[in-house]
Design a binder for this molecule. Structure first.
Ligand SMILES: O=P(O)(O)OC[C@H]1O[C@H](O)[C@H](O)[C@@H](O)[C@@H]1O
Length: 532
């Protein structure tokens, strides 16, 4: 069996109560048939052009030979290092697919100048770059493309030979890239970014990097008939009911890899859940945990634990109150896509739009256009500059003090989001703050690298229930990097992205604390001791 699920506690109660209704409403077969009326009249127009993922396996099959032929051609030319430039749905699937397969793929989903420089300086002579953007208008991706074009030119390499484009037909990128003479793979425009794992967006970079993408599609195919059937044993109906049907709603979903062979599934499913459901003041907050995370033992009434286990047998030993899942990667991707669509119906929202992502982009764009002088910090301590909401910074003069003040703002049903707009490779230790702050606050804590998370959980933070408190970590970059043909640099862009999102969060009445590391390596110790 390619997929198994076991439920207990409130999730089991939800399955018992909700699934019969889903079956009698023919939800599974209607999703499979592309019925756009399942999410109400307001969602109908969008849903009508967003259900193509149901047929992704069939649609993607013809792409495989072209991808493998290009891989062979690149190999024959000695090109064996693949970089992927893309944000959100254009990079999260290839990340989990290649990590699980143990295949190298350098993913550039950052605007941090140091991180971009490291990628540009890494094996350029033997590198091919996939530039992926469904809309073809994402600023980060366009900037990364320009940086690689310049780097190839400067090295005397023709970018047309080394850059491959994945985008929707007729997008601005599609038109521009075709006119310039780039190799372009088009994806199905009737699939939204976060549902695009099994389309060209997941397959082109993963296939070029060396993954057996045919096997991935076969894994998904093996479960597709089960998902289309209106039956109480349909795993997507069970999962959808278990995560979105509990009463009262457990609106945080703690996802922990505990025995699964899949590496990094939480980071992919995080976007699918958060961006699909976090809107109109409701939604499910995904919280990616590890097996030592405090949330697993705290029995928080509003957190539903989902444990990704190793084998079907492991799901027979489900822990009290948990959901346990096992399965192949391709099958899990398709099951979760169906389940989140089901969750959208249960939560009475449109699972295919992302109305609040745009607000942060607009605020960032305003800063990029006007380029105001940086806001003076409220204070600085031990080389860390402190800015933030008045409730958090007023009366404080230590890093420990402001962090405590932010934690004190988290309500009984709230959560803390750590958002680190830094080089995620050199400052990887920052993610260890998550478990520490979860222990300190006794509440769920999410961790995201900026600007990557803006395209993943960013929608929930602004469109979901207004219960988050936000810790931004930024850094003064030791070196900046110009974006070719742009009035601002990567260093300016990442700061504007943090400041733009902070403005929008504060407009939603949420507390924000921004800590700027002026000497990142030295400041880490201060930060960790302030949290302890
Ligand atoms: O693939 P792109 O069009 O560049 O979009 C990348 C990301 O952009 C936005 O943030 C959307 O909210 C995401 O759903 C999407 O995955």
């Amino acid at each position: 069996m390619s997929f198994d699920i076991s439920v207990s506690g409130a999730a089991a109660e939800a399955v018992e109560r909700v699934v019969p209704q889903l079956v009698s409403d023919l939800v599974a077969s209607r999703i499979t048939d592309g019925d756009p009326t399942l999410w109400g009249p307001d969602a109908e127009e969008e849903s009508a052009k967003r259900l193509g993922w149901v047929q992704a396996v069939v649609i993607s099959e013809p792409l495989i030979d072209d991808i493998l032929a290009l891989r062979d051609k690149l190999h024959a030319e000695g090109i064996n290092h693949i970089v992927l430039c893309g944000m959100g749905g254009s990079s999260l699937a290839p990340e989990v697919i290649t990590r699980t397969a143990g295949v190298e793929l350098t993913i550039l989903d950052s605007t941090d100048p140091g991180q971009i420089l490291s990628a540009l300086n890494d094996r350029l002579e033997t590198t091919a770059v996939v530039v992926s953007s469904k809309s073809g208008s994402t600023l980060e991706t366009a900037s990364q493309r320009k940086a690689y074009e310049k780097a190839f030119h400067d090295a005397g390499i023709d970018p047309l030979e080394r850059i491959v484009i994945v985008t929707d037909p007729d997008s601005p990128l599609d038109k521009d890239a075709r006119a310039a003479g780039y190799r372009v793979f088009n994806a199905d425009p009737n699939v939204g970014g976060r549902y695009s794992a099994l389309t060209a967006f997941g397959l082109v970079p993963s296939g070029l990097a060396g993954v057996d993408i045919r096997a991935l599609l076969e894994e998904a195919s093996s479960i597709s008939i089960q998902l289309a059937v209106d039956s109480p044993s349909n795993p997507a109906l069970i999962l959808g009911a278990a995560i979105a049907g509990t009463t009262p709603l457990k609106n945080k979903v703690g996802i922990v890899a505990d025995g699964t062979y899949i590496v990094g599934f939480g980071d992919w499913v995080e976007q699918l859940i958060a961006e699909s459901t976090g809107k109109l003041g409701t939604g499910l907050l995904p919280v990616v945990l590890d097996t030592t995370s405090p949330e697993l033992s705290e029995n928080l009434a509003d957190v539903q634990i989902v444990r990704l286990v190793g084998s079907a047998r492991a799901t027979e030993h489900v822990r009290d109150g948990e959901i346990e899942i096992s399965g192949t990667l391709g099958a899990q991707m398709l099951v979760w896509e169906y389940a989140v669509a089901v969750a959208g119906r249960l939560l009475a929202i449109n699972p295919f739009d992302q109305p609040d992502v745009e607000s942060a982009k607009v605020a960032t764009r305003a800063l990029l256009d006007s380029r105001p002088a940086p806001l003076a910090p409220a204070f600085a301590a031990d080389g860390i500059e402190v800015r933030g909401s008045a409730d958090v910074v007023a009366g404080q003069d230590t890093i420990a003090g402001v962090i405590d003040a932010l934690v004190a703002q988290i309500g009984p049903d709230g959560y803390l989001a750590i958002q680190a707009y830094v080089d995620s490779h050199t400052l990887h230790q920052l993610s260890d703050l998550r478990n520490l702050l979860a222990a300190k606050s006794g509440r769920p804590v999410t961790f995201g690298w900026g600007p990557r998370f803006l395209h993943s959980t960013g929608q929930f933070h602004k469109g979901g229930p207004a219960i988050g408190a936000f810790l931004q970590i930024t850094a003064t970059a030791p070196q900046d990097l110009e974006i070719p043909d742009s009035p601002f640099s990567f260093g300016y862009l990442i700061q504007a992205q943090a400041a733009g999102d902070a403005t929008v969060l504060e407009q939603h009445g949420r507390p924000v604390l921004t800590l700027t590391l002026t000497d990142a390596t030295q400041n880490l110790a201060t930060l960790f001791s302030a949290v302890d």
